[in-house]
Design a protein around this ligand. Structure first.
Ligand code: HEC
Ligand code: HEC
Length: 426
């Protein structure tokens, strides 16, 4: 066997195993569970492909959620089956990176409670601001403002990052100061600029809303601030990006050297090949984006030195020079680690759906993707602690355009989410 064939059959093998877990095992397990009648037994777990709209469709019905609707919902044992999430194509490469499920298992009931809390302005002191005010699904789970705008129109100091694909992310915030998604979720509630409330205050208020009280009681035993954090985190973990043109292109690349005769006596391989071909046909990546991919993942652009892995983010902190020319600039990660080299370092954001989330960077100082690329091209801004991975790139105009096109090809839908159906006041 030649080396090329070896490498090739290896990558086919990866595709084969990735696809079979994604497409078939969830369905197979579901079908098996149904056949055996285990679905209603909360002791068993159910595999679910994240992005499945049934997870975020809300309690069935219309208008404010009534007590009788929530009682029916909570009586359904299927809503308490522990879910084993499968990630969609592309993100599935990061399955081993999934965090937080042991401490906070996913169930439909918990995800639904988290959904309600996420969109409910009653979590803020004056009932004007919800999580979605700054992480709005219709704006790519961010806000199109330079920095977060909280109660009474107050502006915070940093840009709102995305709240999707959190299932692949461990520490939260630009400086990683929250140890978990659960810890992060309760922060904004008592931040005076964001939601301006207190943890005691929000627990009291939620306890006084019968439809909330009932859900907390059944799911967690009682209303506590920890339970609020767990429910919101469960909701956020199921918000993932669907496969993008970039992911379909990656899948196709594994097959690109295949000869028709290789498929002849391997029906399973032929099926995978057909799937991959259909994927790139329905979600094409243009030639400019394909050239941009080469720049992104090679030394020419060196982007994947930090924007790497399934979520195109290394979950580490780097100073790329943004805002560093300002007097009294944000010190970023240094405030947490107290390590000198972390001065001005921020957590690498994802490239997924970045075309939907302008403005960019921790301070929202960069308006467009073209300007981001220009920033990197000139090697950032000089600073004592500038990452050694940031150097002038000397790209020509076409190469800059190609990089932007590549980033646009990393765009894909997030699940359809019910945003307005919330517990009735009383
Ligand atoms: C007023 C705007 C605002 C509100 C309201 C708000 N956030 Fe944020 N959120 C931000 C900003 C700004 C940051 C970054 C802050 C930082 O890094 O210091 C952030 C960070 C985050 C992160 C971290 C993402 C990452 O990549 O590390 C998550 C997750 C998140 N918010 C979810 C929520 C949830 C859940 C709520 C509701 C309980 C909420 N936010 C309410 C503006 C807001
Ligand atoms: C040394 C690590 C590193 C390298 C190399 C790198 N980035 Fe970044 N990238 C980051 C960090 C960290 C931030 C956030 C910086 C900040 O806000 O201060 C960022 C921010 C961005 C953003 C803004 C995202 C948002 O949501 O605000 C984009 C787009 C981006 N990078 C694209 C690229 C491209 C394209 C390349 C290659 C030309 C590249 N990056 C190279 C670490 C890196």
């Amino acid at each position: 066997m030649s080396l090329i064939t070896l490498v090739f059959s290896h990558s086919i093998h990866i595709v084969r195993s990735a696809l079979s877990t994604q497409i078939t095992s969830a369905a197979r397990a579901g079908a098996l569970l149904c056949l055996l009648g285990f679905v209603s037994n909360p002791g068993y777990s159910e595999e679910v492909l994240l992005g499945d709209p049934s997870l975020t469709a809300g309690v069935p019905g219309r208008g404010p959620i009534s007590m009788s609707e929530i009682e029916t919902w909570l009586d359904d044992e299927r809503n308490f089956v522990e879910l084993t999430p499968q990630l969609p194509l592309g993100l599935s490469q990061g399955s081993s990176q999934i965090t937080g499920l042991d401490e906070n298992p996913l169930t439909r009931a918990k995800i639904e409670l988290g959904r309600q809390l996420y969109f409910d302005t009653r979590l803020s002191v004056d009932s004007t601001v919800s999580c979605a005010s700054c992480h709005d699904p219709s704006m790519g789970y961010t806000a199109q403002t330079k920095t977060g705008i909280g109660i009474k129109g107050q502006a915070g100091g940093r840009n709102s990052p995305v709240s999707f694909n959190r299932i692949l992310s461990d520490k939260q915030f630009w400086d990683g100061r929250a140890e978990s998604l659960e810890a992060q979720a309760i922060g904004p509630i008592e931040n005076p600029i964001e939601m301006g409330f207190t943890h005691d205050g929000v627990v009291k208020r939620l306890s006084s809303i019968p439809v909330y009280a009932k859900q907390f009681e059944k799911i967690f035993g009682s209303v506590t601030i920890d339970a609020v954090g767990k429910a919101i985190a469960a909701f956020e973990r199921v918000i993932v990006t669907a496969p993008s043109p970039y992911d379909y292109n990656e899948q196709w690349r594994a097959f690109k050297n295949l000869e028709p005769e290789d498929l002849e006596d391997d029906p399973e391989l032929a099926e995978l090949y057909a799937d991959a071909a259909a994927g790139v046909k329905a979600h094409p990546m243009n030639e400019s984006a394909k050239r941009g991919r080469e720049i992104f993942f090679t030394e020419k652009g060196n982007c994947s030195a930090c924007h790497v892995g399934a979520n195109l983010a290394d979950e580490k902190y780097h100073n790329i020079g943004v805002g560093m020319d300002k007097e009294g600039h944000d010190i970023g990660r240094h405030a947490i680690s107290e390590n000198d080299i972390d001065t001005g370092a921020f957590k690498t954001p994802t490239i997924r759906n970045v075309s939907l989330t302008a403005p960019y960077m921790h301070d929202g100082s960069v308006a467009t993707l073209e300007e981001v690329v220009e920033w990197y091209d000139k090697g950032g801004h000089p600073h004592k602690h500038l990452s050694t991975k940031i150097k002038p790139l000397n790209l020509n105009d076409q190469e800059e355009t190609d990089l932007v096109e590549f980033m646009k090809a990393c765009t894909s839908p997030t699940p359809t989410v019910e945003t307005s159906r919330l517990p009735a006041d009383a």
